[in-house]
Design a protein around this ligand. Structure first.
Ligand SMILES: *Cc1c(COP(=O)(O)O)cnc(C)c1O
Length: 352
């Protein structure tokens, strides 16, 4: 039998256990599909695709639309199959042996996972007691290796907290040959973003995805916004024609539905605040989230037991209690109002 690379043997991969229950609030997907007109327009435009031809290799039209929306030049945009592939391309271009990926825990586990896949050594730094990045620790971590990739996520998953701008500014000052990735997968649910830290000559890369806000997790489309030299480096490592014709069209059509997306985001934020109030009224401590999920402490009831009791009542949330720094906590994704009611009443039943 062929033997897998030694450095991959210890890795277990990324698994969010999928249990077949009616209310699934464990992967931070949007509870709603995009509007009907989205699917209609995509179908219509697919009729005009030359399927025998490779897609536009540089996805010019899609990148131009994204650039317009973010008010940056199109050369600042790199697209890929989900923001996870964007992250992989960043690591292929700026990581690798002799460099380091710096990740902060608790955080998004895929950052370290993708780093290891690309042969990039991972240096893990604990967040402070408020679950934020300590700028001094970040600076020290970056001092260990003169080059590599530093991951900040804002709002962070699984906490929902935004990193202060000054933290990222400290990282920019500490950068030698580092790039600083600000993963903004959830930023539309937040009150601020850090996109203006992307400037000519800046090492900051902001990544975004269609998977959460746009209700298009099934599409697998994400992008980076960065200095054009960084974008060129990402083009260098991605496979030829990696973003297919269908995806380029669907992404562009989605961008024509900004108002519908904004309305869904507003509704999700309102529901998030309703769930937060519900958790507080049950006496549970909740992290003040700026994303489409909430991290809460399970109080007297052990987190694992509460997780199982919710599954028994048809509600699946994410058990984060085994993650570093998150003992006794679960994360619930904001779903539809009906799903959120199901979660809150199941929770109340278990706890009282
Ligand atoms: C969900 C999520 C993503 C999304 O990845 P895609 O590959 O675009 O689906 C990226 N970053 C974070 C922090 C996430 O939670």
């Amino acid at each position: 039998m062929a033997r897998i690379r030694d450095d991959l043997q210890a890795l277990s991969g990324y698994h969010s256990p999928q249990v077949d229950v009616p209310v699934r609030l464990n992967t931070n997907e949007a509870p709603f599909a995009p509007p009907e007109s989205f699917a209609q327009e995509v179908s219509r435009r697919l009729g005009a695709v030359d399927w025998n031809r490779y897609p536009d290799r540089r996805a010019e039209s899609l990148r131009r639309r994204l650039a317009e929306i973010h008010e940056v030049p199109p050369e600042w945009i790199a697209v890929a199959n989900g923001s996870n592939e964007v992250l992989q391309n960043i690591l292929l271009a700026f990581g690798g042996p002799n460099r380091e990926a710096v990740v902060f825990e608790p955080g998004y586990q895929m950052h370290a996972q993708i780093a290891r896949n690309t042969g990039t050594p991972v240096h893990t730094v604990a967040r402070d007691s408020g679950l934020l990045i300590d700028p001094q620790s970040a600076r020290e971590a970056m001092g260990r290796a003169p080059a590599g990739v530093v991951f900040a996520t804002s709002p962070n998953n699984p906490t929902g907290l935004c990193e202060p701008r000054t933290t990222v500014e400290t990282m920019v000052e500490a950068a030698v040959d580092h790039v600083i990735v600000i993963d903004e997968a959830y930023v539309q649910f937040a009150s601020t973003d850090l996109l203006d830290l992307v400037r000519p000559g800046s090492p900051v890369i902001v990544t975004r995805t269609f998977s959460k806000t746009w209700g298009l997790a099934g599409l697998r489309l994400g992008y980076a916004i960065a200095d054009p030299e960084i974008v060129e480096a990402l083009e260098l490592v991605c496979l030829p024609y990696h973003v297919d014709s269908l995806k380029q069209i669907a992404g562009e059509v989605a961008l024509g539905h900004v108002a519908a997306m904004d309305a869904r985001v507003k509704e999700t934020v309102a529901e998030r605040e309703r769930i937060r109030a519900g958790l507080v009224s049950l006496g549970l401590a909740v992290v003040p989230s700026e994303a489409n999920f909430l991290l809460f402490e399970t109080g007297e009831c052990p987190a694992g037991e509460l997780w199982s009791a919710l599954v028994d009542r048809g509600v699946l949330v994410r058990d984060c209690s085994g993650w570093p720094g998150l003992a006794g906590r679960l994360r619930v994704t904001v779903g539809s109002p009906v799903e959120n009611d199901a979660f809150l009443s199941a929770l109340e039943e278990v706890l009282t």
